[in-house]
Design a protein around this ligand. Structure first.
Ligand code: 7TS
Length: 414
């Protein structure tokens, strides 16, 4: 059972921030306020050192050498897989496939799960708030198979319409692929409810968890989805590594996606037999250091505690919403009652890119643009937004700095 947040000790931010070397950098003569964690979070020393130690002490290729280094590398790599299995509460390490990130995970499912089995007239259901990574692979699959993409609408707060979703599930719906948390709006979807409705109808399900895993505990058994994807770099881990969780029965029934070394048992020119799970989906030499670094990131986050992280971030979100909401001419885009710790906004008369540039001059890093969610921008009738996205190492003082800097921007351009 989740701990009661009110009984949790608050985070010691001074100590925590010392774990992240980059947070003590100065940018343009000002202390860095890093508020672009939704794009990529920063790494604690524990992650940097896990990768460095691997290269300095243990590097060799995995799963193939009888020599000591190869065995050590394999143990570290498979140890990381087990850490991730535990983190997600997956039933088995066979359900944890290492990939480059969320994007690759979703493409893998679209091509390996979808391409051989979808036929013209089949339907794939996504929502209006998806990141392009959970739109384009399905569009490509539709082009390849003749299946159709259905999009569940959102409302003015950025909440996905559950009744419209239910109405969209039909006899031809084969896949439901939904975000757990919207990167452009912050909306947290009640994925358990969405997945249960699909499963009752025998529909396969995928959850894009890229923006969820850094902020809350996710449990494969309670979510109940068939696939769950996330990226290491948003979870304080390395870039170029991510995870596809797949229910064993689903992964077993899927053909490999890419062919090559490590994913085979035997190869002859007549016939190739494939390796067991999860190796069937891990062709070629993997990102060994990345996986080990991701394991260290999971250890680090667990050491702090996801419940404590969620509580601190909820405080940051409430504070930022209140302070930003009080700025004249500033409109928050995305006001769902359940939100993760990010705020998207526009300021009347100032293009978000200009805002981003002025803030950078004061050491504040935010993201501006369409956030790879162009349909969301179209829905709200804006070309782009500015987005401040928070991590557990951020402080109220950094939000104060953001607000002050927005004031300067308004004086200069508003
Ligand atoms: N899905 C969601 C919900 C995301 O937020 C992102 C990245 C992805 C998928 C793709 O992840 P990748 O690691 O494979 O690139 N989102 C963002 C963002 O919000 N700003 O930069 C990247």
């Amino acid at each position: 059972m989740a701990a009661d947040p009110s009984t949790l000790a608050p985070l010691d931010l001074t100590r925590i921030r010392q774990d992240f070397p980059i947070l003590s950098r100065q940018i343009r003569g000002r202390p860095l306020a890093y508020l672009d964690n939704g794009a990529s979070a920063q790494r604690p020393r524990a992650v940097i050192e896990a990768e460095s130690d691997y290269y300095q002490q243990h590097h060799a290729n995995v799963h193939r050498g009888v020599h000591t280094l190869s065995q050590e590398a394999t143990d570290l790599f498979e140890g990381a897989r087990e850490k991730i299995r535990r983190f997600l509460n997956a039933a088995s390490p066979r359900e944890i496939v290492f990939v480059r990130g969320t994007t690759e995970a979703i493409n893998l499912v679209a091509q390996s799960w979808g391409r051989p089995r979808l036929v013209p007239g089949d339907e794939i259901v996504i929502t209006w708030l998806e990141h392009h990574a959970n739109i384009v692979p399905w569009q490509q699959l539709c082009e390849q198979t003749g299946a159709a993409l259905k999009v569940v609408p959102i409302d003015q707060r950025g909440v996905v319409d559950f009744d419209a979703y239910l109405a969209m599930l039909g006899p031809r719906t084969r896949m439901v692929a939904i975000a757990h948390v919207s990167n452009a709006l912050g909306t947290v979807l009640p994925v358990e409810q969405f997945i249960a409705a699909a499963r009752e109808r025998g529909i396969t399900t995928l959850v894009d968890g890229a923006q969820a895993v850094p902020h809350q505990r996710v449990d494969m058994q309670s979510i109940g989805c068939d696939f769950y994807a996330f990226s290491g770099h948003k979870l304080y881990g390395p870039t170029g590594i991510g995870v596809l969780y797949g229910r064993e029965a689903e992964l077993s029934a899927m053909p490999p996606w890419q062919g090559g070394g490590d994913m085979i048992l035997t190869v002859s020119f007549e016939r190739t037999t494939y390796n067991a799970l999860p190796y069937k989906f891990e062709a070629g030499t993997p990102n060994i250091a990345g996986a080990i670094g991701l394991g260290a990131a999971v250890d680090y986050v667990e050491g702090i505690g996801l419940e404590r992280i969620a509580r601190h971030e909820a405080d940051l979100l409430a504070y930022a919403t209140e302070r930003l909401g009080a700025i004249p001419g500033l409109l928050i885009i995305g006001t769902a009652p359940e939100k993760a710790s990010l705020v998207s906004f526009v300021v009347e008369g100032i293009h978000p890119h200009d805002l981003g540039t002025i803030l950078d001059a004061e050491g504040i890093a935010i993201r501006t643009g369409h956030h790879c969610a162009m349909p969301v921008m179209d829905f709200f009738g804006v070309p782009a937004t500015a987005r401040a996205s928070f991590a557990f190492y951020n402080t109220r003082a950094e939000i104060d700095a953001l607000v002050a800097s927005l004031g300067h921007a308004r004086e200069m351009l508003g």
